[in-house]
Design a protein around this ligand. Structure first.
Ligand code: GDG
Length: 724
């Protein structure tokens, strides 16, 4: 039976060193609860760092043994690794960059090296657990390289990846010296999940612009595989928070707080210490509220919990100082003997005390500068049994995409923030109930269990889809059969596409001319009198003739418009017109004018708009626009519009590589046929050939009618050489 392996930087446990022992306590974070239903059953495991440095093998063995019954497998990190991989690359490079704080990011080669090494360490630990067909779910920004490392070792495994923090705009990603490696690392997965559609869009754009891989409906076509990308907003264990808030213990705590606070109303803020959370801005906005609305003085207090975190990273230490200073100043200025404006706690609370704070507060202030999701907002909602209470939520938290009934604010707009606190404090009860009910329904339904189920379901689907789309890989056994059939045959027909098949793409199409190696290869193939070798291309005949005309090859040019048998003259497939160009050309010119880097290729009987050299996203968008423009223009004409690899081509309908290939088939009656091609126009060739023909698609990410696939032009040449 196949197993599921969860991998994250931290294990869902707290291991602590006491004077003469280690203690183990399950940590009940959102992720641990959500995945509990998976990793604890059927021999599944969770692989991760236990959270403390263990410096001898006896202790390592002890930790391993202690965690085994709880289905956890520890990965041990050294002090140096924690410094360079965790505090370094993860928290001083990726964290600030992904949260739009690029000014805080450092770019240290040593940190990167440690990041690679620790990802490899995790990879080894997972491989010790994983069989070839297991499912592996990797979590978060500390392990961006892991999916690809696992893929190399386990090509058939089902691998999912989820990013818990934002994925920023391409403009930030491109700043990172290791940007391509990071994207490639993630693309080892079959399914990549983000909290919001916005993060997903940024990722697709970065992949397209940095790696040149196109995508459609969230499916990326890499040269080797299709990768699915989707949005899965993470939820909480709703009932757990609802129950905790309704518990006797929480009620007692609330009573105690209430007694101390008297009639004072409470605004609540809870965060880990982090510059992304907007804590200082929130304090200034609270001060502004007290200035603008003096009537709230002595009536309202801010309870602010800041959970200590990452204090080894310099920015965190100075943020702590800034907060201490601000709280001190505001309290000193406004406090009275009986009233404290800000109750500030720099520590964490047990769950039932946290729950009592959620109960107590009338307003929750969740105002991060950037936040992947933010679960505090959802926990506050789940805790409000009587539906009274108002959530003020930053538009830059992932949660804002779902919780549209919150008061959504821009966290840098201090005035708006102060006004929204005032609005929340005066909001009529029926409006509070109506908003809170709507949000509770949503948070209850899209809880963490639904999230896990959805992700796992989609992961299974992505694999099924890949398998049904995929052509068989041309492996050694297929190659063996192909060679045998080739040798046994007397009269062979080889139909070879040019660009992307025999020669790699070049940004300037006129510079993709054949090199010496290719010329020699084609010469050797044609030297065998039993071979008929046809170059079947979308190129114009002049170029093909100039590049390869000296060889005894047959040519099918312009996707079947022009035909030439070796040693003969060019013939038209059939009599054709090209007066339509007068009307279509100005449209293409319009798109050239609007899209820098694009250009028109004018072939005898077709027009092509090329956008390989244009900005990738802009080019793709303009191509869609042009396609719809042209589909309108060409209705009821005998023109067809083809979408190729970074090209849009207009030509007469009915003539394509397939109809031309069929002519060769009839004329030659071969007893062995091989066709190789990489783009959509080659599908016509594959379709036209009999089932026993060897049809090979170059690239494996997309659906093809071909029987086999092969990776790139280099592999095509290698394959052809084996036939010599
Ligand atoms: C990352 C992303 C994304 C806080 N104080 C106490 C306490 N907490 C608990 C909260 C909540 C959790 O910590 C914080 O979760 P967040 O979602 O707010 O933020 P990150 O830890 O930064 O998590 C974030 C998340 O991943 C999930 O994908 O939402 O955007 O940054 O559960 O309740 N818990 C206790 N005492 C405290 O004092 N017991």
């Amino acid at each position: 039976m196949s197993r599921t392996i969860i991998v994250s930087n931290r294990l869902p446990t707290k291991v602590q060193r006491t004077e003469d022992d280690l203690t183990f306590q399950p940590s009940e974070g959102g992720l641990a609860t959500g995945l509990g239903s998976i990793y604890k059953r059927d021999g599944n495991v969770w692989v991760g760092w236990p959270g403390l440095v263990v410096d001898n093998e006896t202790e390592e063995a002890y930790v391993q043994e202690q965690l085994r019954p709880d289905s956890m497998v520890p990965v041990f990190l050294t002090e140096g690794e924690i410094k360079d991989f965790y505090e370094g690359f993860s928290n001083s490079t990726l964290w600030p960059t992904f949260h739009y704080f690029a000014q805080y990011a450092t770019y240290e080669q040593q940190h990167w090296d440690a990041y690679v090494a620790v990802n490899e360490k995790f990879c080894q630990a997972v491989l010790e657990q994983a069989g070839p067909h297991d499912t592996i779910w990797v979590h978060d920004y500390q392990l961006l390289l892991l999916p690809e490392m696992l893929r190399r070792a386990r090509p058939e495994a089902t691998i999912g990846f989820f990013l818990h923090i934002p994925f920023p705009s391409y403009e930030l990603i491109r700043v990172l010296p290791w940007r391509k490696e990071l994207l490639q690392g993630m693309l080892g997965a079959d399914l990549i999940g983000f909290h919001t559609f916005g993060y997903m869009r940024h990722f697709l754009s970065a992949v397209s612009q940095l790696l040149g891989y196109p995508s459609q409906n969230g499916q990326i076509e890499t040269p080797t595989r299709a990768v699915l990308v989707d949005a899965f907003p993470m939820g909480i264990d709703y009932n757990r928070y609802a129950r905790a808030a309704a518990s006797k213990a929480a009620e007692q705590h609330e009573d105690a707080y209430r007694e101390a606070l008297k009639e004072v109303r409470v605004i609540l803020s809870i965060d880990r210490l982090d510059y992304t959370k907007g804590i200082a801005q929130r304090l200034r906005a609270f001060e502004l509220l007290l200035q603008r609305y003096p009537e709230w003085r002595e009536q309202v207090s801010l309870i602010m919990v800041v959970v200590p975190s990452r204090d080894q990273v310099p920015q965190y230490a100075s943020l702590k100082e800034e907060i201490d200073e601000l709280v001190g100043r505001i309290n000193a200025q406004y406090r009275t003997i009986t009233w404290n404006p800000i109750h500030y706690f720099y520590r964490s609370f047990p769950l039932e005390e946290l729950a009592s704070l959620y109960r107590l507060a009338e307003v929750a202030l969740v105002t991060p500068m950037r936040d992947g999701m933010n679960l505090v907002a959802k926990e506050f909602i789940a805790s409000k049994a009587n539906q009274r209470g108002v959530l003020i939520l930053s538009e830059r938290a992932g949660a804002a995409r779902e919780l549209s009934d919150a008061l959504i604010i821009n966290p840098t707009d201090m005035g708006q923030l102060a006004e929204s606190m005032h609005d929340a404090l005066v909001m009529p009860e029926d409006e509070q109930i109506q908003r809170m009910t709507a949000m509770q329904d949503l948070v209850r339904q899209y809880n963490v269990f639904a999230w896990t189920k959805l992700f796992m379901g989609r992961l299974t689907y992505s694999k099924i889809k890949q398998n049904t789309l995929a052509t068989e890989m041309l492996d050694a056994s297929v190659l063996g059969r192909l060679q045998e059939d080739y040798l046994a045959a007397n009269h062979r027909l080889l139909l070879l596409d040019y660009d992307g098949t025999l020669a790699p793409f070049h940004p300037d199409p006129q510079r993709a001319q054949p090199d010496q190696e290719l010329r020699l290869l084609l010469r050797a193939l044609t030297d065998n009198p039993q071979n008929r070798v046809v170059i079947i291309s979308g190129r114009d005949r002049t170029t093909l003739e100039k590049w390869l005309g000296h060889l005894p090859l047959d040519f099918i040019a312009e996707h079947g418009v022009w035909l030439r048998r070796a040693g003969e003259d060019w013939n038209l497939f059939q009599a054709l017109r090209n007066d339509w160009k007068r009307e279509i050309r100005p449209i293409l010119e319009l798109y050239v004018n609007r899209t820098a880097g694009s250009f028109i290729e004018d072939k005898d009987y077709s027009l092509v708009w090329h956008f390989r050299r244009a900005d990738a996203d802009l080019g793709a968008m303009r191509a869609r626009e042009l396609l719809s423009h042209l589909s309108f223009m060409t209705t009821n004409t005998d023109l067809q519009v083809l979408e190729g690899n970074k090209v849009v081509e207009i030509k007469t309908a009915g003539i394509n590589k397939g109809s031309a290939a069929a002519r060769w088939l009839t004329a030659e009656q071969p007893d062995f046929t091989l066709a190789i091609g990489d783009d959509r126009t080659d599908e016509d060739t594959f379709r036209a050939l009999p089932p026993e023909a060897y049809t090979i698609k170059v690239g494996a990410g997309v659906r093809s009618l071909a029987r086999y696939h092969i990776q790139g032009a280099v592999d095509v040449r290698r394959l052809l050489r084996t036939l010599l």
